[in-house]
Design a protein. Structure first.
Length: 92
């Protein structure tokens, strides 16, 4: 078995709820794997609740996008897409 090598790359994940419950429960398992592969992981949930999933030490979340203007979010995503921010392919 080949050991995972951590890449010096920071990952940003936009979610509906995760790391808040109920959320994208598949990310509960995926984030553990991703934390072994990448330097840091920042989660950007659009909704918030009181209950949290446990996340790895090199993962964090911000509530900057909660209650944000949907039009401005869409505009930011379009700009990021065409600048190539989403078109990166990394593997462990």
């Amino acid at each position: 078995m080949i050991a995972n090598k951590k890449k010096n790359v920071d990952v940003f994940i936009f979610t509906n709820n995760f790391p808040f419950k109920p959320g994208e429960n598949f990310l509960d398992l995926e984030i553990t794997h991703l934390s072994k592969c990448f330097n840091t992981i920042t989660l950007f949930p659009f909704k918030k609740s009181e209950r949290l999933y446990k996340i790895p030490e090199n993962a964090s979340y911000t509530d900057d996008l909660i209650n944000a203007n949907p039009f401005l979010l869409l505009l930011a995503f379009i700009k990021m897409f065409f600048r190539g921010y989403f078109i990166k392919n990394y593997s462990c």
